[in-house]
Design a protein around this ligand. Structure first.
Ligand code: GDP
Length: 196
């Protein structure tokens, strides 16, 4: 997609704060530090629109961005950050699950994993939950620039041969090289439906 405009709209912790307007949405989820902000910024050709989670307290809200005035990108707070106080960690689940369950505009969740690392229990919980609630999601393995082609083939196989990933689409991505960007945009556009 050609990005004409991309702007931050709103932060929300509860449904009454979600922006109105009925624009189709794609949400991005992943462990803190996985490369979620870098991925969003790369998709939108921006350097600092989505903020990195280096200050954990600040990122515990859902951030909405409007793209080309007609679709929304939703940056869900990163999970699994050990330094986040327990109270904040506990708040993550109801905040994110409410969004995922309530939000009618949601078309796709991009679940971001680190291509070099094992899938964590929190990642598994999220995917099981999405699967259970029949919310469409896509697996994106970021920081792919750190993997050899042999490692990629192994990784793809190990994910696709094991439940709950069997048959799930897996995309390799790199915010550094731009690898996978066109492919991911294609998937997002397919999920969001025709835009005039
Ligand atoms: P977030 O906490 O999930 O938003 O993660 P960030 O986008 O802040 O990225 C965390 C760290 O990973 C930063 O040091 C980034 O420079 C690095 N990073 C993010 N994406 C990539 C990538 O595609 N390749 C490489 N090599 N490093 C990346």
């Amino acid at each position: 997609m050609r990005i004409r405009t991309a702007e931050f709209i709103q932060s929300a912790t509860r449904p009454s704060e979600y922006p109105r307007g009925n624009f189709p949405e794609v949400a991005f989820a992943g462990k803190s530090n996985v490369g979620k902000s870098s991925l969003i910024n790369a998709l939108l050709n921006r350097k600092n629109l989505a903020k990195t989670s280096s200050s954990p307290g600040r990122t515990q809200s859902i951030n909405f961005f409007r793209v080309n005035g007609k679709i929304s990108f939703v940056d869900l707070p990163g999970y699994g950050y050990a330094c986040v106080p327990l109270a904040l960690r506990r708040a993550w689940k109801p905040m994110v699950e409410s969004y995922l369950q309530i939000r009618k505009e949601l078309r796709l969740v991009v679940v971001i994993l680190d291509a070099r690392r094992e899938v964590s229990p929190e990642d598994m919980d999220l995917m099981d939950w999405l699967d259970h609630h029949r919310i469409p999601f896509l697996l994106v393995l970021t920081k792919a620039d750190k993997l050899s082609s042999l490692d990629r083939a192994r990784k793809r196989r190990s994910l696709q041969e094991n439940p709950p990933f069997a048959g799930t689409e897996v995309l390799f991505f790199s915010a550094l090289t731009g690898e996978g960007k066109a492919e991911l945009w294609k998937k997002i556009e397919e999920a969001l439906g025709p835009q005039e």
